[in-house]
Design a protein around this ligand. Structure first.
Ligand SMILES: [Fe+2]
Length: 154
């Protein structure tokens, strides 16, 4: 079993998690007003979690004999999460809506990862995507709660 389809989804996640990390860093840096002292460090917590997933997924890809994208150009060219230049003065609620959209995109990718990995009997990759999906959905719930909205997961 060569797990070729699993490897494609894993590398897609490598590019997207790298872009996600940059997006969260940008929100962390450009944040002003609206509960800054609480929300600024919260972004560090989210980025640590995303970086943890990135490392785990990259190393799973290597374990399967794959080669993770590893340059900024590769991340940018392959990620579906596109970043704009940072701007001060954008409401944190607007940034969080953007973050939720990116988290929902990643959730869909992880679901695709689960079905793809299951289809190739790649249970370890499936397990990694399951655990990551649980974190993504919980984080969507929390950000939606901060925005005064329902989770809208299901
Ligand atoms: Fe910082």
């Amino acid at each position: 079993m060569s797990y070729e389809k699993s490897k494609l989804v894993l590398n897609q996640a490598v590019a997207d998690l790298s872009a996600m990390s940059a997006l969260i860093h940008q929100i962390h840096w450009y944040m002003r007003g609206e509960d800054f002292l609480h929300l600024h460090p919260q972004m560090d917590e989210y980025r640590d979690a995303i970086e943890g997933q990135l490392d785990e997924i990259s190393e799973r890809l290597i374990t399967l004999g794959g080669a993770p994208w590893s340059t900024l150009t590769e991340f940018s060219e392959n990620s579906k999460i596109k970043l704009e230049s940072g701007l001060y003065g954008v409401a944190t609620t607007k940034r969080f809506e953007e973050l939720v959209l990116a988290l929902r995109y990643l959730s869909d990718l992880y679901k695709e990862g689960i079905s793809t990995a299951d289809g190739e009997d790649d249970y370890v990759t499936s397990d990694i995507f399951h655990a990551g999906l649980a974190w993504l959905e919980k984080t969507i719930w929390m950000l939606q709660a901060e925005l005064g909205k329902e989770p809208e997961i299901a």
